[in-house]
Design a protein around this ligand. Structure first.
Ligand SMILES: [Fe+2]
Length: 163
């Protein structure tokens, strides 16, 4: 998918300031990147890492779409694509958990559902004009994605590698 070109500075230069230092963010990268893949967010499981890279691509595409000036169809398409990939990925992780009889499967799956629900609420606010710049939506995406991957998914990957 071709990204819209961005020739303005980032609208949210402070995004990511409360995150861990290991996760590189837009202010040190290209303007159209909300989350950048790095070894710090690898869970040391190639299958899950590959999914996460694609998920990060989808999140960055949404970020670029919102920054492109909010052209409605572009944002809707990017959001739908990101949600579709998220659903696929959560299902994938949950299958891996079930197959390995992962003891924390219920808690982990509950986090996935909570993410989908909260994202739906924030996207609704964005579409209704309550969150004009998509700031709450993007902040939530970045925070949730990085913390979930670095804590919850790492725990899962560690279990998978030892069972
Ligand atoms: Fe997960």
């Amino acid at each position: 998918m071709e990204r819209p070109s961005l020739n303005h500075p980032p609208l949210f230069p402070n995004i990511g300031k409360t995150q861990t230092k290991e996760v590189k963010v837009v202010k040190t990268q290209s303007f159209d990147t909300l989350v950048t893949w790095s070894d710090a967010i690898s869970v040391d499981n190639k299958v899950i890492d590959d999914d996460h890279k694609k998920l990060i691509d989808a999140v960055n595409a949404l970020y670029a779409a919102i920054h492109s000036g909010g052209e409605k169809l572009i944002v809707v398409d990017a959001f739908d694509e990101m949600m579709a990939y998220t659903s696929y990925h959560f299902g994938h992780e949950e299958k891996l958990m079930a197959k390995a009889k992962y003891p924390d499967i219920d808690d982990h799956a509950r986090q996935h559902r909570g993410f989908i629900e909260q994202l739906g609420t924030l996207y609704g606010d964005f579409k209704n004009g309550k969150d004009v710049a998509g700031r709450a939506l993007l902040n939530f995406l970045k925070f949730w994605l990085t913390t979930h991957i670095m804590v919850i998914d790492k725990r899962l990957a560690h279990y998978l590698s030892s069972h």
